[in-house]
Design a protein around this ligand. Structure first.
Ligand SMILES: Cc1ncc(COP(=O)(O)O)c(C=O)c1O
Length: 366
């Protein structure tokens, strides 16, 4: 794929996402030091404001890493080595849970779902019964490789009264639609900065339920160093991060969280649903359908059998200056993924839908 001038293309991927000018301006300001009163006030606000989007009373962590770092921190802080976990695999990121758990020394039982299909809750209940000794279920809120939304509320209903933790990667879920962590009883919820929180890549977030906090006591101290959340919590109590803070990103986070607070969480979620609905109304037709059975408002994963979508992706970038994502692994060449998170206008969604339709015609001669 050819390099394109950054100024001249429209980023429409499911992360990283386009950013508002006021975030870009903040990112361009001089660096401040993390051990200053000025920064401590910003960090304090962010730690407090994150609770709004996590919909939790519990502490929210911000880590200087991509989302995967917070996924690893979730496991190593709550599960002793050798623990059995159930990994729900409905796409590439579910596979990542399974691989990560195995690599870190956990016994991961994979539960595979046909990509794009819904999780069969009756079957899952049986599997949970058969693996009643599993200490955690690992799942996604939205499986970004297929665009599917998973039934978190129903999963949490199965785990909330048991000892099993529900650990959820909501990297493309949190901020795009409501995931009331405390109300539903999710034990660990994970997010990333480059998605619905409208920042560059580089920050990850997570929060632990009381049940997950209790589980941190079962973990040997040598199991984790950099990701030690108990130590990080102690630092946060002093309005500090344990290691150098990503001050520039955190300053921009402060603005984004203030913005969400101002417009209201429900309105923020509704804007994602409206963008998804608008785009789908324009782009879908008998030749272009939604791949997942239960689509998330975070992105549209389009199944387009008439064209190789890897070619379509390149064509959109080269000819129309629009960057979207193709399919991964078994969906390579078959689907096109368009994001609905970030700072995008209805006009940009309209022009993306129009460009997809035109490009299909240009490539197929239809
Ligand atoms: C659902 C999901 N999980 C995990 C990740 C990995 O996040 P990161 O690349 O920030 O580590 C992504 C990234 O797109 C994702 O969409």
């Amino acid at each position: 794929m050819k390099f394109v001038n950054m100024q001249s293309y429209q980023l429409m991927t499911p992360g990283p996402v386009p950013l508002p000018e006021w975030v870009l301006n903040e990112l361009a300001q001089p660096v401040i030091h993390h051990r200053t009163n000025e920064f401590e006030a910003i960090l304090e606000r962010c730690l407090k404001r994150l609770k709004l989007v996590f919909q939790t009373k519990n502490h929210c962590f911000l880590l200087t890493s991509t989302g995967t770092g917070a996924m690893e921190a979730a496991l190593t802080n709550t599960l002793p080595k050798g623990a059995k976990v159930i990994s729900i695999i409905s796409g590439k990121f579910g596979q990542r849970w399974h691989e990560m758990a195995q690599t870190l020394g956990y016994r991961s039982v994979p539960i595979e779902i046909e990509w794009g299909d819904d999780l069969d809750l009756d079957y899952f209940k049986k599997m949970l019964f058969a693996h009643a000794d599993a200490e955690a279920i690992l799942c996604q809120a939205c499986e970004t490789s297929t665009g599917a939304m998973l039934p978190l509320k129903e999963l949490a209903e199965m785990t909330r009264k048991s000892k099993t933790l529900l650990i959820c990667d909501a990297i493309t879920g949190l901020g795009a639609y409501s995931i009331p962590m405390d109300e539903w009883g999710i034990d660990v919820l994970i997010a990333g900065s480059q998605k619905a929180l409208m920042l560059p890549t580089g920050l990850a977030f997570l929060s632990l339920s009381d049940k997950a906090w209790e589980k941190t006591k079962t973990v040997a101290p040598e199991q984790t160093y950099y990701w030690n959340l108990v130590e990080e919590y102690k630092a946060n109590q002093k309005t500090q991060t344990r290691f150098s803070s990503a001050t520039t990103l955190i300053r921009a986070l402060d603005l984004v969280l203030e913005h969400i607070e101002k417009i209201g969480l429900t309105n923020w979620f509704d804007a994602h649903t409206e963008r998804a609905t608008h785009f789908r109304r324009l782009v879908l037709n008998p030749q272009v359908t939604l791949f997942p059975h239960t689509p998330s408002p975070s992105l549209s994963c389009l199944l387009i059998p008439s064209v190789d979508t890897t070619r379509l992706q390149s064509h959109l970038q080269d000819k129309h200056r629009i960057v979207v994502m193709g399919g991964q692994d078994q969906l390579k060449g078959k689907v096109l993924r368009v994001g609905h998170m970030g700072w995008m206008t209805k006009e940009q969604l309209t022009s993306t839908a129009e460009a997809i339709r035109a490009s299909i015609g240009e490539l197929t001669g239809a």
